[in-house]
Design a protein around this ligand. Structure first.
Ligand code: COA
Length: 387
């Protein structure tokens, strides 16, 4: 297997980008990443996108977008794993370079979610749940995560205040990220008194509906050294992918995200790393309870201690292990297909020492965890600065 490095990153602002189309935001992110890498051609393009058919009526994205970039003829493929589509696009690009099938890959993620109304967006997102056993009975994603929250609260005593602490932290981090959808300071009181969405989750426990695109350019470590021009070379040392039952009713345990644990174990094994060695982490906080459960599943905290860790400031900037320095899905926004790629953009910025006001001093090893649906799939990557 060849060693793989990230040589370029780019992303659009995340938010309600009503004057833009899916192809224009994608092209902005792609050209920014290529410019950052100093490349104008690649061997392969991967596109992570969950549901362009339902959100904008467009399928056949890989060819469409390659053409939009002026690269018709290049190999291109779209991958889908619901909200983990972006992470899966990273893994697909990683695998091609590691296997020697390609030398340079433009990995992209995109979703244009605000061209439909809220009900249609909820329907499109709901297609990631099991339609026969969940969707047709009326459950939505806030409802599914509310059930996970209730199970975690019942088993471990996790509190509403601990969940609110996640939102407060991530909105504070989002204030420092110019690409974030919300530049909004929120207090625990704001979260606890915000509109009830699906008991116990309130508006400020939820990630929003977002437009956005993100891109990274991958190549071999040898080529990355040539392109580095004095900047640190960031390599992907671990990649883990796992599934769980989509239907919550089929899970033996609802207070654990098993796919996340399995994907993380596989990534740690490949990288030869342990959770205690990480300096910065991006997790899939589509709801505040998801961040608490994800930090437990990737081994940062013992089961049941993710909530108190957030409330005690361990995951804040300057804390023991900063989580979601980008603002996370909660504040940065969650254009579902783009999220997994944007997490890697944040880690590369951190590991290069280019994260500005939200820089974690000395960050050299980071982990990104992306998740599909209510934990039916997960992708984990470990990134490190090459010394
Ligand atoms: N966090 C903070 N503010 C939010 C928000 C969020 N998640 N969602 C909406 N808002 C704000 C809007 O900016 C708007 O503010 P304004 O009145 O100052 O302009 C206000 O709340 C109302 O926005 P609106 O778009 O009408 O909200 P909504 O009620 O239609 O949608 C949710 C709110 C929570 C239902 C929606 O954001 C949602 O479905 N989130 C979950 C997305 C999801 O499931 N993703 C997949 C996860 S697996």
């Amino acid at each position: 297997m060849r060693d793989v490095a990230v040589v370029g990153v780019g992303m659009t602002e995340f938010g309600e980008l009503w004057s833009e189309s899916l192809r224009t935001i994608w092209t902005k992110a792609a050209t920014a990443a290529l410019a950052d890498a100093g490349l104008d051609s690649v061997d392969l393009i991967t596109v992570g996108c969950m549901s362009p058919g339902l959100f904008v009526g467009q399928e056949h994205l890989a060819s469409l977008l390659a053409d939009e970039l002026g690269m018709a003829g290049v190999a291109a493929t779209r991958v889908e794993s619901a909200c983990a589509s972006g992470g899966l696009a990273v893994r697909a690009g990683f695998a091609e370079i590691a296997a020697g099938l390609a030398d340079t890959v433009l990995v992209t993620g995109v979703e244009k979610m605000t061209d439909v109304d809220g009900a249609d967006a909820t329907y499109a997102l709901g297609s990631a749940a099991d339609q026969e056993w969940e969707g047709f009975h009326g459950i939505t994603f806030p409802g599914l995560y509310a059930m996970l929250a209730r199970a975690h609260m019942a088993r471990y005593g996790t509190t509403r205040e601990q969940m609110a602490a996640v939102a407060v932290k991530n909105h504070a981090n989002g204030l420092l990220n110019p690409h974030a959808q919300y530049h909004l300071k929120v207090t625990a009181k704001d979260v606890l008194e915000s509109t009830l969405v699906a008991d116990p989750l309130r508006l400020l426990d939820c990630s929003p509906v977002t437009d956005g695109a993100a891109a990274v350019v991958l190549t071999t470590v040898e080529r990355a050294r040539e392109l580095a021009a004095g900047r640190p070379v960031v390599t992907i040392t671990g990649s883990g992918l796992a599934t769980d039952t989509i239907t919550l009713a089929n899970r033996e345990e609802l207070s654990e995200l098993r796919a996340v644990r399995l994907a993380a174990e596989r990534a740690y094994r490949m990288a030869g790393r342990r959770p205690e060695q990480l300096h910065v982490v991006e997790v899939h906080d589509c709801f505040t309870i998801a961040e608490i459960m994800a930090t437990e599943a990737i081994g940062l905290f013992d089961p049941g201690f993710g909530g108190s860790a957030a409330a005690d400031g361990l995951t804040a900037l300057g804390g023991k292990i900063p989580v979601n320095t980008s603002g996370g899905l909660k504040s940065k926004g969650h254009p579902v297909g783009a999220t997994g790629v944007a997490q890697v953009v944040e880690l590369v910025n951190q590991l290069r020492g280019e994260a500005g006001q939200r820089q974690v001093e000395g960050a050299a090893i980071g982990l990104a965890q992306n998740m599909g649906g209510s934990g039916g799939s997960s992708v984990v990557h470990i990134l490190e600065v090459v010394r």
